[in-house]
Design a protein around this ligand. Structure first.
Ligand code: 5RP
Length: 231
């Protein structure tokens, strides 16, 4: 099966966990887009939910699909959030932010009763940081100093660019510094330490936020949770 088919498999499977009347956190990325497109179809057939998007990109897709939207101020408790990830380890800790939406994604996940992650099996790793650099959102002011401080953690740091020389700007008006650690030994501590640097808004480590990971694999859909793996 092609990668896109595995993403679709996982993205659509997550919809089985959404019930009528729920407030649903809508993640960002190409895997969750499969969830959004199918959810749009369900909504058009009369299924009633309200979504809270994690990015301007997702808000645009939700509007195209006529998915009713709300926000955290109106609905501070989210029933379930479905989102993608860049890496998932055996503790269901994640690296997120490949799509640049990590700050809003973490706020939405933190305020959700349940968080479900959808990925294809290439995202499952032995240790975080192996395949994907850790995105860190920083304010523009003093960003080169923030970059130097991040380098003291032993990683190679690059300013994310959309095209050569043109920095990527997040939905919050900030920069992203991609930090290549090769391997992150202690993600729990690193999440805390990075967020203590002045100028850092948040980083893409998601620790103890996830309830289940739905994995699209050649063997079918696997569901990982902390207690057991269900095939
Ligand atoms: C956006 C994210 C995405 O969820 C993550 O990058 C996965 O995206 P995709 O499903 O396209 O691989 O964290 O900030």
């Amino acid at each position: 099966m092609e990668k896109e088919e595995l993403k679709k498999l996982a993205g659509e499977e997550a919809l089985k966990h959404i019930e009528e009347g729920m407030i649903v956190g809508l993640g960002t990325g190409s895997t969750i887009e499969y969830t959004l497109r199918k959810l749009g179809q369900m909504v058009r057939e009369g299924f009633k939910i309200k979504g809270i998007p994690t990015s301007i990109h997702t808000k645009r897709i939700a509007k195209e699909e006529n998915i009713p939207l709300t926000n955290l101020d109106e609905n501070p408790i989210i029933d379930v959030t479905i989102d993608g990830a860049d890496e998932v380890d055996s503790n269901l800790s994640l690296i997120k932010g490949g799509g640049g939406a990590l700050v809003r994604e973490k706020i939405i996940a933190f305020n959700s009763k349940r968080v479900i992650i959808v990925v294809d099996d290439s995202k499952i790793v032995k240790a975080l940081g192996i395949d994907f650099p850790l995105p860190v959102e920083v304010v523009k002011f003093g960003w080169t100093s923030t970059k130097k401080t991040l380098e003291e953690f032993g990683c190679e740091v690059e300013l994310r660019e959309i095209i050569h020389g043109e920095p990527y700007i997040t939905d919050n008006g900030n920069y992203i510094l991609d930090c290549d650690f090769l391997r992150i030994e202690n993600p729990e501590q690193l999440e805390i330490d990075i967020n203590l640097i002045p100028g850092v808004v948040d980083n893409g480590l998601f620790i103890n936020l996830v309830n289940e990971v739905i994995v699209g694999s050649k063997q079918g859909v696997l569901t990982l949770n902390k207690e057991k793996t269900v095939v």
